[in-house]
Write a protein that binds this ligand. Sequence first.
Ligand SMILES: Nc1nc2c(ncn2[C@@H]2O[C@H](COP(=O)(O)OP(=O)(O)OP(=O)(O)O)[C@@H](O)[C@H]2O)c(=O)[nH]1
Ligand SMILES: [Mg+2]
Ligand SMILES: [Zn+2]
Length: 341
Amino acid sequence: MGKRKLTQQQRTRIDRRQASRVREAAASSPADIAGEGLGPERSGLVICHYGQQLEIESTEQGSEGQVFRCYQRTNLPPLATGDRVVWQADSDNTGVIIALQERSSLMARPNQQANLRPVAANVTVVAITLAPLPQAFANLIDRYLVMIRSLGLRAILILNKTDLLDPVRDAALEAMLANYSRIHYPILRVSSHTGEGIDALRETLRPETVVFVGQSGVGKSSLINALRGGEEGQSSADVGELSTARDKGTHTTTAARLYHMPNSGDLIDSPGIREFGLWHMDANTLFDGFVEFAPYKGMCRFRDCKHQQEPGCALKEALAKGEISEERLASYFFLLSTLES
Ligand SMILES: Nc1nc2c(ncn2[C@@H]2O[C@H](COP(=O)(O)OP(=O)(O)OP(=O)(O)O)[C@@H](O)[C@H]2O)c(=O)[nH]1
Ligand SMILES: [Mg+2]
Ligand SMILES: [Zn+2]
């Protein structure tokens, strides 16, 4: 299996090269691209990508907002929800995507084979969604935070299902959230059922393109529905039951899908995941993913300090002074041990 170890910069470069190659191909072989029966080139937005097909929303004046089913030319890289593309209509509201426009960001996640699979493109904020149930794990949150940081995106934490909070049972959850609050991650507390905090969350997300990530069952799809409000004629995201089926790894949302907000901004729903690895990452990028470690980078007495028992270790000193937390340092060491050497 071709395991990749790419930095975001490299990935962006590859994407860019690919995009320009595609543009060149389009320019050099108009006969092929504008094949028989195909309409003029149009701009579009990928709403959803499932199996071989993609749903493309026209962003062209005249047909703006209309949705078409498209296939993509095989010379294109894998496309993701949120990608801006050039496509041509075929017949019967179907079409073919011929080019990918440059991406400002690409959220990808490693699959079982440690290959990166694109999930959402052109997002500005990643909303890590948590709930009292299913139980939240700091280590999964840390993986997301590292990945988000490595992609140069902004992270926010959303605690959903506040209606289920129990002061005794959820003391550990509150302590965990306080830990993230201390290192300046915004935390919004909401309930998609009671509506608590939904207006404030909508206000925070308004100008952004946001992808919702997090474990299956935390209520990502429910939140998106609550944020959009139940407008007449509007399609809503599928919401699942918290059932025993979930323990076997069934997910209600199976493909990332983009929803427009009534005024401005886009929300992307994504399938829940139980865990994902960071195997593809290098140790330096991992370290940078722990934002509060930044002031101590390169400050240890020994340049190759492993932050274990070495004298003059800046990280250990920060820990002793309470400037970084035990949990986060342990999480860092754990993730470090999972990287490909
Ligand atoms: N009590 C309570 N239940 C909620 C809330 N939000 C969602 N739920 C319930 O949680 C369950 C899962 O909701 P979904 O929106 O399908 O969760 P999801 O994160 O989209 O799950 P996947 O699509 O599998 O990743 C459903 O039974 C919802 O009704 C909430 O604020 N309070
Ligand atoms: Mg869902
Ligand atoms: Zn050190």
